[in-house]
Design a protein around this ligand. Structure first.
Ligand code: FAD
Ligand code: NAD
Length: 367
């Protein structure tokens, strides 16, 4: 009876405790969950408020306090996975004994549905901006030292800028630099950098402003969101990625994760739809990867090619998909990820259903 109620109302609430030494304050969150990792907790210390949001399924457990004493800028976060314990170690500014941790702020010590938490932002510095195609750039943003945040595979963040006095917010999907770093493990650099591949639309509202930022300027970045789950990769054998234009962005981390972390994976195929050859993001990197890793294939399809283009042409179609989506074995476990302009994604999903792929075998990235 009791467990029935809990199942309906969500996970049982975590709790927290704290202790101190002369120089450190450790906050311990007991999540009562086993599948907790460093992606599950987002910690910020800004404007005198300390906030730690722990994601537990579709819920957030929030520690939110005005600390009783000052702390240094950086802190460390550890997760003891097998017991679901999170430890946040803060460095005191002065070696005094704290009588209390602080005073509670909004939502402190509550477990609330994630959708009700609102977007929480921190200011990130623009570190670099490099052209990738004629209209797409790779932006590198640095998180402040007083933030711990890792964007999980398949999730996006919101960027916020104030444009002529109004706050404008748009979603973007971080990529990893694994396609750029000669396919070695990228240097982790404490997960302080967020890379974004962004197409600049000259008549757009947000992207021209973003493009006008100078190195060293700030952009606000939200907590990650999105409904892709790593568990969708469980026992996966064939992974098909259908991307159009910047709909390629979620595929970057997915590709990296799949090729490194799915033991039984036999085949990963990317069908990448663009208007022209000049629009293809990271073409030579993708071709090199296909050459190096026999499990990976890439096919480019152009909707407005020049007459010299010898490859595939047109929009997403039954003929293209039925030829592309061949299982490596008759009954192999497949996942198809699709992302691009809305008409592309909607048409793709219809065609996949027509080809008898089930809902569980399709993941679409939408707004
Ligand atoms: P907008 O002002 O939205 O305009 C976009 C284009 O449409 C312009 O060419 C504009 O001229 C035209 N337009 C605008 N209004 C009209 C109209 N009424 N009629 C006809 N044309 C019009 N983008 C990326 O580049 N990289 C990413 O990683 C990325 N991730 C995303 C993740 C998610 C979950 C979603 C939903 C979107 C993502 N996007 C991504 C798209 C991004 O959020 C923005 O939509 C995009 O950057 C355009 O923003 P903008 O304000 O510059 O352009
Ligand atoms: P684009 O205009 O360059 O088009 C790329 C390709 O999409 C075309 O070559 C064509 O094959 C296909 N396409 C375009 N319109 C189509 C239509 N009406 N029917 C069928 N196919 C069509 O694309 P872009 O400017 O790079 O736009 C990328 C889109 O992806 C944006 O709308 C963006 O919001 C979306 N996106 C979504 C996410 C997400 O997670 N939801 C992430 C990244 C990008």
């Amino acid at each position: 009876q009791v467990s029935d109620t809990l199942a309906k109302e969500g996970p049982s609430s975590p709790s927290y405790d704290w202790f101190q030494t002369d120089s450190l304050v450790t906050i311990v969150i007991y999540t009562k969950q086993k599948d907790i990792n460093l992606d599950s907790v987002i910690v910020d210390h800004q404007d005198d408020s300390f906030r730690a949001e722990t994601i537990i399924k579709d819920y957030s457990y929030i520690i939110h306090m005005g600390l009783s004493h000052e702390i240094q800028e950086d802190f460390s976060v550890r997760v003891v996975e097998n017991v679901g314990k999170i430890e946040i170690v803060l460095k005191k500014k002065e070696d005094t004994s704290w009588k209390r941790l602080g005073h509670p702020l909004e939502n402190h010590n509550l477990l609330i549905p994630k959708k009700d938490t609102g977007l929480y932002y921190r200011k990130c510095r623009l570190i670099s901006k490099e052209g990738v195609t004629h209209d797409t750039k790779l932006f590198c943003l640095m998180l402040p030292p007083s933030t711990h945040l890792q964007v999980p595979v398949g999730q996006h963040v919101y960027l916020k800028l104030t444009i002529t006095g109004t706050e404008i917010v748009k979603p973007y999907t971080p990529v990893s630099d694994f396609l750029l770093s000669e396919f070695k493990e990228p240097v982790l650099l404490n997960n302080k950098y967020i890379y974004l591949l962004i197409k600049i639309y000259p008549a757009g509202l947000f992207t021209p402003e973003l493009d006008h930022l100078h190195i060293g300027d700030f952009v606000s970045i939200s907590n990650p969101e999105g409904n892709f789950k790593i568990s969708q990769f469980r026992e996966l054998e064939d992974l098909f990625l259908l991307a159009a234009g910047t709909g390629f962005t979620p595929m970057v981390k997915i590709l990296n994760y799949a090729l490194t972390n799915i033991p039984g994976l036999r085949k990963v195929k990317l069908m990448f739809f663009n208007k022209t050859e000049d629009d293809i993001i990271w073409r030579s990197q993708l071709e090199k990867l296909a050459f190096k890793d026999k499990r990976f294939d890439v096919e480019f399809v152009l909707s407005a090619p020049t007459s010299e283009w010898n490859g595939k042409r047109g929009y997403i179609s039954p003929a293209l998909l039925s030829q592309f989506l061949k299982r490596s074995l008759d009954n192999s476990r497949v996942l198809i990820c699709i992302c691009g302009p809305t008409p592309f994604t909607e048409q793709g999903i219809r065609l996949l259903h027509d080809l008898n792929f089930s809902k569980d075998e399709i993941h679409s990235f939408t707004a």
